[in-house]
Design a protein around this ligand. Structure first.
Ligand code: GLU
Length: 293
């Protein structure tokens, strides 16, 4: 029998806050309850923002919360070759394209559309979708620009990738209220996020790609994470289908709000786990604060 496998996958680009504690504890408790595995994965592909200090802080905070994880911990920065191989498959299949538009060019394009009276589509977070003009470049044109050293990122051709699959293959199973017996089938809508970045010129991956590669490689069967990643699941399901990876079950839990009613961020110092610990809060208090007894 294969064991049910859960994971907590933080990025060491800041300190853990109550929202992370909620995710980590939920995963840990669920794994415990079913006699499954609990993995910790360090998502440190952004080597310019991730630091060994933040990583050490993650271990310290989780230990303090009473969480135990399997070792060795998978650190994404040590596995770029795995992501590169997956990227190569997507390039070969033509589901990604080199996108050359700079931020300034994108802004300029959008400003023009707005003046022209267009309501340019935006993703669920409100960011405008990538215009994708470079999809029309010829193969020769692309190679020439790459060879000239121009900067680019690999973007998903979401239309093409979606079009290559029967619609019913693009769905996922979402647990209702964290109860794995009560599940709903959610129709994935990757087009809502547009042509997201799949890899960069210098880093052969992005969040979307490395997360699906690792979840499959590590045999993760149950993904428990915040609702802020709900829509990202659509892109991840699309990538899983095209890379021949299994579909995990998902539970996107509610988000903890800060005192201002907004989603917690790594700059919300007061809700940082370290700050709470130093202020005399106990691990049991943290459990209560995130709604877990
Ligand atoms: N590394 C992601 C984050 O810190 C979470 C990845 C995931 O749970 O899919 O937001």
């Amino acid at each position: 029998m294969t064991l049910l496998t859960f994971r907590f996958a933080p990025s060491p680009n800041g300190e853990l806050h109550l929202g992370h504690a909620q995710s980590a504890l939920l995963n840990h408790d669920m794994a415990r309850r079913v006699g499954g595995r609990f993995l910790l994965r360090i998502e440190d592909i952004d080597t310019s923002r991730c630091t060994p200090e933040f990583e050490a802080g993650i271990y310290r905070d989780l230990e303090w919360l009473g969480i135990e994880w399997e070792t060795p911990v998978r650190r994404q920065s040590e596995h770029f070759a795995d992501y590169e191989a997956a990227l190569a498959r997507l390039i070969k299949a033509g589901f990604v394209y080199p996108a050359f538009m700079t931020r300034g060019q994108i802004r300029g394009f959008l400003a023009e559309r707005t003046i022209a009276g267009d309501l340019w589509p935006r993703d669920p977070d409100g960011a405008p979708l990538y215009p994708g003009l470079d999809k029309k470049l010829s193969e020769r044109g692309r190679l020439k620009r790459i060879a000239s050293g121009e900067s680019f990122v690999w973007r998903l051709d979401v239309e093409k990738a979606c079009g290559a699959l029967p619609a019913e293959e693009l769905s996922w199973q979402e647990a209702e209220d964290g109860s794995w017996e009560a599940r709903r089938t959610i129709l994935a809508e990757p087009r809502l996020l547009g042509d997201v970045v799949i890899a960069r010129k210098e880093i052969p991956t992005s969040y979307f790609l490395s997360v699906v590669v690792d979840d499959a490689l590590q045999g993760v069967s149950h993904i428990v994470r915040g609702r802020d990643l709900y829509q990202a699941t659509a892109i991840q399901r699309l990538l899983q289908q095209h890379l021949g990876l299994p579909a995990p079950l998902y539970f996107h839990h509610r988000l903890i709000e800060g005192p201002d009613g907004r989603k917690l961020s790594k700059s919300n110092r007061d809700s940082g786990i370290r700050a709470l610990r130093e202020a005399g809060v106990t691990p049991a208090d943290v459990r209560r604060m995130v709604g877990l007894e």
